[in-house]
Design a protein around this ligand. Structure first.
Ligand SMILES: [Mg+2]
Length: 419
């Protein structure tokens, strides 16, 4: 079998409300590039990539000469064909490789009539558990609803998500407001949801000393882990030495070199594997094997997925024996999806692993066209800017926090409506 074509389509998928994070915000929508890899046998595989609010369509178009004529079953070769470790220093193709890998695995599964998890060694579980992934949010620009800013709003939002989806683990995305506000919010969450577990992730925004202070102030709670409280392997080592909570990361261990460093001189206890950051599902399975050997915990990172990437996370979660922690997903913040049948649903905080051939999800052509048109209308958004603070940009460590008393008055919308 040979690849004969590669098509990329950028879509904008509306969110319930703009999601705030330490570097800025998702401005009421995700911008994702959907990839279709076509073969000479008529089988088409699908993949997906993010890109910080920007289209990756041009980058995929540039890959076409590399892929035409390649056998999609030869997935390992692609790592070197597209993103070998030294050429990748120049062209940063790891995430592009990931999207192409998803599509090739999808093709292989469809050709063989088996799900991707079978190609990866077979599933050890039928469903994957997810955490609630709670964000501070601006109100939706259209309805004025969905704001999460105060402690009461956050607790109410978490209780509603638990009622709706059954989450038993709750992740607070912080790094937006002063640490004392977020500390109060986190502790109130824990009080409102007894018996559940919690994780806090300020995206490495805290100064090291502040990260230690925050960590010590939550030691008595049921924490899964403390995620990227500060920046850098050495900063995290200092926090790890001072705080009695496992540390997790999706920023400082995102490749095999860093994983090796972390084995030799531990800075984190849990690695959040991201099927795009690591260059594909298979890279994550390999990394999970290293983690299993060295007793490093494993979880699944979310980089803002639609249903195709969610399927890759489910297949990964299905085959990794040492996945004992709930996965993260932004998925429940989406208002719709581009896959046939609409959004996959949670049951008791879990999503069933697709068992159809390949990734087990397929593109809804009408929805792809609809959300491609929405992207044409709204365009990109600056992931690393805050629509409510147009002159601000993030520093690491951050020392200029958003004001929790400011009810998003004067919310600026450069680049179009927030969705
Ligand atoms: Mg994180």
């Amino acid at each position: 079998m040979k690849i004969v074509d590669l098509r990329a389509t950028t879509v904008a998928m509306p969110l319930e409300a703009p999601l705030r994070h330490a570097n800025g915000a998702h401005w009421g929508r995700f911008v994702r590039t959907i990839v279709e890899v076509e073969t000479d046998e008529g089988i088409v595989g699908i993949g997906e990539m993010g890109g910080g609010g920007q289209s990756a369509q041009a980058a995929f178009a540039a890959l076409k000469p590399y892929l035409v004529g390649h056998d999609p079953f030869r997935v390992e070769e692609l790592r070197f064909k597209l993103a070998n470790p030294t050429s990748s220093l120049y062209n940063n193709r790891t995430q592009l490789l990931a999207a192409v890998e998803f599509a090739c695995l999808d093709i292989a599964g469809k050709a063989l009539g088996c799900p991707v998890h079978t190609l990866l060694g077979g599933k050890v579980r039928d469903e994957v558990e997810f955490a609630s992934y709670l964000f501070f949010r601006y109100p939706d620009a259209g309805t004025g609803r969905g704001e999460v800013r105060t402690v009461d709003q956050l607790v109410e939002h978490a209780l509603e998500l638990k009622r709706e989806h059954g989450f038993r683990s709750h992740k607070l995305k912080g790094g937006v407001f002063p640490p004392d506000h977020e500390l109060r919010a986190y502790r109130e969450l824990a009080k409102a949801l007894p018996g559940d577990t919690f994780r806090y992730d300020p995206n490495a925004a805290l100064p090291m000393e502040e990260a230690i202070r925050f960590g010590r102030a939550i030691e008595d709670l049921d924490n899964d882990y403390l995620e990227d409280p500060t920046w850098g392997l050495n900063g995290m080592r200092q926090v790890r030495d001072a705080v009695r909570i496992p540390l997790a990361t999706n920023t400082i261990v995102v490749n095999f070199e860093q994983l090796a460093t972390n084995v030799r001189d531990p800075a984190v206890d849990v690695v959040l594997l991201d099927t795009t950051f690591w260059g594909g599902i298979r890279a994550c399975v390999k990394a999970a094997g290293v983690c299993e050997t060295f007793q490093i915990g494993v979880a699944v990172h979310s980089s803002g997925e639609l249903g195709i990437q969610l399927a890759t996370m489910l297949h990964l979660g299905a085959v990794v024996p040492n996945l004992t922690l709930a996965a993260d997903a932004h998925y429940h913040h989406l208002v719709d999806d581009v896959i046939v049948g609409g959004k996959l649903s949670y049951r008791d905080g879990r999503i069933a692993v697709p068992d159809g051939p390949g990734l087990g999800v397929s593109l809804d052509r009408d929805k792809l066209a609809r959300y491609a048109e929405l992207y044409q209308r709204l365009g990109d958004y600056p992931y690393d800017r805050d629509p409510g603070r147009p002159d601000w940009f993030a520093m690491v460590p951050n020392q200029s926090w958003a004001d929790p008393e400011d009810a998003a008055s004067g919310l600026a919308r450069p680049g179009g409506a927030t969705g």
